[in-house]
Design a protein around this ligand. Structure first.
Ligand code: PRP
Length: 181
């Protein structure tokens, strides 16, 4: 924490903005010849990143949201993910861009990507702001990656600790969160 009690800055707003712009340019190029893109944000962490990313795209797209949560601390098999909010749109024949704030163990994305394929999406790509690759327990293919981060507790720009700090305009580190992400 800094002297004023705020999380220490890891990625500044300026660096975030630049990288989000680069990702948007890449996505715009890759989908130049495709039909309307279905952009799916994973609540709640992705909303700040998703908002900035999609405002930089000029191609036709539709916005939808999905929400999951892990069965943390319960007696279930590791990696079991519960769906808390489903999509409004059908996936059949659609090009889907999944937008996520962070991939940690990979279980959330593994579950969501498998489900999208099962529902008949034509293509599914994943755009992730932060990749905590050192914590991965199951492989995940990331098509657009903002930054790789070490095993630190990151908050801000959508990422939370107990639903707090999401509105920090930068990515910060909580040194003593007292809980796991
Ligand atoms: C976080 C994050 C990812 C997931 C990544 O979501 O936004 O969805 O955990 O973890 P994994 O790779 O280990 O599965 P969380 O369930 O904390 O919800 P939130 O987005 O509302 O913060």
């Amino acid at each position: 924490m800094t002297e004023d009690g705020m999380p220490r800055e890891l990625i500044s707003r300026e660096v975030l903005d630049r990288r989000v712009g680069e990702l948007a340019d890449e996505i715009e190029r890759d989908y130049a010849d495709s039909e309307e893109l279905l952009c799916v944000g994973v609540l709640k962490g992705s909303v700040f990143f998703m908002s900035d990313l999609l405002q930089r795209l000029s191609r036709p797209l539709v916005v939808d949201f999905f929400q999951t949560s892990s069965y943390r601390g319960e007696t279930t098999s590791p990696g079991e993910v519960r769906i808390r909010r489903d999509l409004d749109h059908s996936l059949a024949g659609r090009d889907v861009l999944l937008i996520e704030d962070i991939v940690d163990t990979g279980y959330t994305m593994r579950t969501i990507m498998a489900l999208m394929g099962f529902r008949g999406a034509r293509s599914v790509r994943l755009c992730v702001l932060l990749d905590k690759a050192c914590k991965r327990e199951t492989p995940v293919q990331i098509h657009y990656r903002g930054f790789e981060v070490d095993d630190v507790f990151v908050v801000g720009y959508g990422l939370d600790y107990d639903d707090r700090y999401r509105n920090l305009p930068y990515i910060g580190v909580l040194e003593e969160p007292g809980a796991s992400e």
